[in-house]
Design a binder for this molecule. Structure first.
Ligand SMILES: Nc1ncnc2c1ncn2[C@@H]1O[C@H](COS(=O)(=O)NC(=O)[C@@H](N)CS)[C@@H](O)[C@H]1O
Ligand SMILES: [Zn+2]
Length: 417
C-alpha cells in the first residue's frame, strides 16, 4: 500500500539529550537507545471513521518520537499497518450496505490526506493486512507447526488459536492481572468464552471461512491452513517481524492496545523468534474524549480532522491543540483547545516574523530537553510562548533567532510557522 507524502525536516545545530519514554512493560520512563536506524512499529487504523482526533493525537505523539530520533542523528525505519480486514470493518460495511473493500480504500485515502495535512512524517512501509495475507498465514502456519498454536476441537470451524502459555512471559507487556485481561479480551474482540481453548486468553490466529465472509487460501510456505482470515494481533506481528526483524525499539499505539493487542502481538513474535522482549519500549497514548466519553467509533462522538480542515482550520493549530496536553493523559477535545491553539499559532508566527528576536539557542535547548523527557509537550509549548512573548515585548536583537525558531518548531514539533 502506498504511504503518504513526506515533508522536509530542517537540520538543527547541536544535539539534545537521549529520548526517554515511558515503557508500559516496565512502568518506567527509560532512555531509548536505538542503533543507527531506529526501528518503530506503530499500529495503523482500522479504516473506518478515520481520521478522528483520537487517531490524530496518537499518530502525532509518535511523529514527535520520529522527529526526535532524527534530530539525534538516527535514521528511522517506521512501519505501520492498515487493518483492512477484520470484524469491525465487516460489521461497519454491513451496517452501511457498503462494500468492505471500497470502505477500507476510501477511509485509508482520507487518512493519508489527513496525515499529510498534519505534516506527520510517513512510515517507510505502509502495509495492509490483505496485501500481507501470504506472510500472515505463513506465520500462523509456522506457529501451528511449532506447537505454539493449535486448532480448537470444533468439527465445523477448527479455528487456529495461539497458546498464550508458550512464551512463559504472557502478561509482561501489560502487567494486567488475569481478571483485567479477561475483561479486556472480551471487550476488545477476543472470545474468552469459546469452548475448547486451552486458556480463555488464547487469541485467534486464523478464523476458518464462514458463509458470506471473505476468506483467503493459505497455501504458502507455512502449510495450508484452509481458507479463512487472520486474527487481529498476528497481522501486526507478521508485518513488523518481516520488515523490522525480531527486536524493535518501539511498539506504539493508544492505551486501548495495551491488552490484548500488543501483549498478544509480542507473544506471537517471541514464540516465533525466541527473542524477548520483542520491543524495547511499549509506548501508549492516552485517550482523547469528547463530552466526558472516549472519542470512539462505537460511541459515534467523533470529531474528524477532515471536517476541521473543511472549515479551514489550520492543521498546525490542530497539532498544537493536541500537543497542548501530555500524550499519555486521557484528555478532552474542546473548542476552547482549538481557540487557544489558534491564538498561540498567531502569536508565534508574529514573533517569528520579526527581523530579530531574543537568542533562540536557549529555546532550542529547552525544546530538546522537554521533549526528550517523555515528550513533555506542555513544557515545550510553554517555552515557545515565553520566547514569543519576549520577542513581541522587547523585540530582541538576534537576527538569526527568528529563522532558528521556525526551523526548531518545524523539525521538533512539526509546526510550520
Ligand atoms: N479516542 C482515542 N484517543 C487516542 N487514540 C485513539 C483513540 N481511538 C483510537 N485511538 C488509537 O488510534 C489508533 C488506531 O485505532 S483504530 O483505528 O481503532 N485501529 C486499531 O486499533 C488497529 N488497526 C491497530 S492494528 C490506535 O493506536 C488506537 O489506540
Ligand atoms: Zn496493531
Amino acid at each position: 500500500m502506498h504511504t503518504w507524502a513526506s515533508v522536509d525536516v530542517p537540520r538543527l545545530p547541536g544535539e539534545g539529550p537521549p529520548l526517554r519514554l515511558y515503557d508500559t512493560s516496565t512502568g518506567r520512563v527509560r532512555p531509548t537507545a536505538p542503533g543507527r536506524e531506529a526501528l518503530m512499529y506503530v499500529c495503523g487504523i482500522t479504516p473506518y471513521d478515520a481520521t478522528h482526533l483520537g487517531h490524530a493525537a496518537t499518530y502525532l505523539a509518535f511523529d514527535l518520537v520520529n522527529r526526535l530520533w532524527r534530530d539525534l542523528g538516527h535514521d528511522v525505519h517506521y512501519v505501520q499497518n492498515v487493518t483492512d480486514i477484520d470484524d469491525p470493518l465487516l460489521e461497519r460495511a454491513a451496517r452501511d450496505q457498503d462494500d468492505w473493500v471500497v470502505l477500507g480504500m476510501r477511509e485509508t485515502a482520507l487518512f493519508r490526506e489527513d496525515m499529510e495535512a498534519l505534516r506527520v512524517l510517513p512510515p517507510r512501509h505502509y502495509i495492509g493486512a490483505v496485501e500481507a495475507m501470504g506472510e500472515i498465514s505463513e506465520l500462523v502456519g509456522k506457529l501451528l507447526a511449532s506447537g505454539a498454536a493449535y486448532r480448537v476441537p470444533d468439527a465445523e470451524f477448527p479455528d487456529v488459536y495461539f497458546d498464550s502459555a508458550v512464551t512463559g512471559h504472557f502478561g509482561y507487556e501489560s502487567n494486567y492481572d488475569e481478571e483485567t485481561m479477561l475483561r479486556f479480551s472480551a471487550e476488545r474482540g477476543g472470545d474468552p468464552e469459546r469452548p475448547g481453548k486451552r486458556s480463555p486468553l488464547d487469541p485467534l490466529l486464523w478464523r476458518m471461512a464462514r458463509e458470506g465472509e471473505p476468506s483467503w487460501a493459505s497455501d504458502n510456505g507455512g502449510g495450508d491452513l484452509g481458507p479463512g482470515r487472520p486474527g487481529w494481533h498476528v497481522e501486526c506481528a507478521a508485518i513488523a517481524l518481516n520488515r523490522l526483524g525480531p527486536q524493535i525499539d518501539l511498539n506504539g499505539g493508544g492505551s486501548d492496545l495495551i491488552f490484548p493487542h500488543h501483549e498478544c502481538g509480542a507473544a506471537h513474535a517471541e514464540a516465533f523468534t525466541g527473542v524477548h522482549p520483542f520491543a524495547r519500549h511499549y509506548t501508549h497514548t492516552g485517550m482523547i474524549g469528547l463530552d466526558g466519553e472516549k472519542m470512539s467509533k462505537s460511541r459515534g462522538n467523533l470529531v474528524f480532522v477532515s471536517k476541521l480542515r473543511a472549515e479551514n482550520v489550520d492543521p498546525n493549530a490542530i497539532r498544537i491543540a493536541l500537543l497542548a496536553g501530555h500524550y499519555r493523559t486521557d484528555r478532552a477535545w474542546t473548542a476552547g483547545l482549538l481557540d487557544e491553539a489558534n491564538a498561540r499559532l498567531a502569536r508565534w508566527r508574529e514573533a517569528a516574523a520579526l527581523p530579530a528576536g531574543p537568542p533562540a539557542d536557549e529555546l532550542l535547548t529547552q525544546l530538546r530537553t522537554h521533549l526528550a523527557d517523555d515528550l513533555d509537550t506542555p513544557r515545550a509549548l510553554a517555552a515557545v510562548d515565553a520566547w514569543a512573548a519576549r520577542a513581541l515585548e522587547r523585540r530582541g536583537t538576534d537576527g538569526d533567532a527568528p529563522a532558528l525558531v521556525r526551523d526548531a518548531l518545524d523539525a521538533l514539533l512539526g509546526v510550520r510557522l
